[in-house]
Write a protein that binds this ligand. Structure first.
Ligand SMILES: C[S@@+](CC[C@H](N)C(=O)[O-])C[C@H]1O[C@@H](n2cnc3c(N)ncnc32)[C@H](O)[C@@H]1O
Length: 257
């Protein structure tokens, strides 16, 4: 079913909304609580990054609604997704909204939480494994390292117009003692790398791109900060990419298909 389902908002019974983290795509990385909510759901709203296998936990009579970009179809606006969730909950349905990774990381959960609260609909958040930590596990590394990486930062490489955000804290991002995880950054990483190097971060900083984690086509490109920007531009990866850089990633020096 598509997101164009007609939902009335004047019903009186009140259901609920669970915003669940779908993790990086591997179904066995879902939490037990997420699986429970999926099994109990009357309606599941999901997007493409959440992974199809997750839907195997749905009841046969559950309504499944795609609300992400898929196969070139435009995704519904955020307000429309919130309207759908709230509309179904007002019909007394247990609504599950699946987000990829963790709902609190670059997933616009704040907007859905505010909309549900404003509508007086109970909303529960079920955390998931963010791509950042799932990528570290896949790479067999740690994001923090004693004496090497004392902090981890997550940043978006993408503003509302798809450009590198103009207000990034470049001093923080060029901290050689941090591991930085760049979400939504594949198109802007070359510009970011130039700024990082201009800010004083070494061009030799270990950098890793993880594409389509949790799928059979997971692909890793590893190299220096200077090399990766050019290799990304040449490879033009189609899948979602998380880009990590920092000294903690030293030793992940080869491509992995
Ligand atoms: C809208 S954000 C969602 C982040 C998600 N909430 C999380 O905690 O991982 C989408 C970005 O997350 C990263 N991402 C999500 N799923 C991914 C995957 N399976 N493989 C690699 N990167 C992924 C990419 O940077 C993508 O552009």
């Amino acid at each position: 079913m598509t997101a164009s389902a007609s939902v009335s908002s004047d019903a009186t019974s009140l259901g609920s909304i669970a915003l669940i983290g779908g993790g990086p795509g591997d179904v066995d990385l879902l939490t037990l609580r997420a699986v429970e909510r999926l099994r109990a759901a009357d309606v599941i709203l999901y997007d493409d990054l959440a992974g199809d296998e997750i839907l195997s936990f749905a009841r046969p009579d559950a309504e499944l609604i795609a609300v992400g970009k898929r196969a070139g179809h435009p995704s519904p606006r955020q307000q429309e997704v919130s309207r759908l969730m709230i509309g179904y909950a007002r019909l007394g349905k247990r609504v599950v909204r699946v987000k990829s990774g963790d709902p609190s990381i670059f997933a616009r959960a704040d907007e859905e939480i505010s909309a549900a609260r404003a509508a007086g609909v109970p909303i529960e958040i079920v955390p998931g494994i963010t791509t950042a930590t799932a990528a570290a596990a896949y790479l067999g590394t740690s994001l923090t390292k004693r004496g090497v990486a004392r902090r981890v930062q997550m940043v978006t490489g993408h503003d509302l117009n798809g450009r590198l955000p103009a207000d990034l804290d470049m001093a923080a991002l060029a901290d050689p003692g941090a591991t930085t995880c760049v979400f939504m950054g594949k198109a802007t990483f070359a510009a970011l790398a130039d700024k990082l190097i201009a800010q004083g971060l070494s061009g030799e900083t270990p950098t890793v791109v993880v594409e389509s984690l949790g799928s059979p086509s997971t692909h890793v490109i590893a190299g220096s900060l200077t090399e990766i920007a050019g290799r990304l531009a040449a490879a033009k990866p189609l899948g979602p990419c998380l880009i990590l850089y920092g000294a903690a990633l030293a030793g992940i020096g080869h491509d992995k298909m």
